[in-house]
Design a protein around this ligand. Sequence first.
Ligand code: FES
Length: 169
Amino acid sequence: MASGPESGRAAGAAPTRRRFVRVAAAVAAGSAGLGVGLGRLLGVRPDAPPVVAEPTLQPNAGEWRAVVASKDLPEGGVRPFELGAVVGFVERTGGQLRGVSGVCTHLGCRLALDAPSRELNCPCHRASFAVSGEVLRHQLPIALPALPRLLVRESDGVVQVFVPSSGAM
Ligand code: FES
């Protein structure tokens, strides 16, 4: 049965994976659109400081899914994962786990991990993000939103990400 990331969530709503993907796309598109609008309004240059206030993608109904064994994500480690429509990266820094979307916030291209530099690179228009989600650099004439974060936890020696339920499509 699908459930929220915490107990007590209403079971009547029927959010789906599609909705989650739409929300993710809307966040990216909306943020990009907002970036364009605000950028023009405020005269923000393409080389302006990155946006760091990224939202957390949280499906209304979902499940915790294993993405990597804890032992395979040591301090400083980064691992990509793919769970159906959800792709992303998990990382451990300072003992803290973090997960981010693996989809570029510009036009949705899939990001590639450069493990030595701990950067997520977009092959489409050469934007680069930190594994924490912040924008490192790009050459776009608009502000580029940071990567949305994903809910991550560690349980019984496994790193898990909260994603839409597989049966909720
Ligand atoms: S889609 Fe990633 S920079 Fe354009």
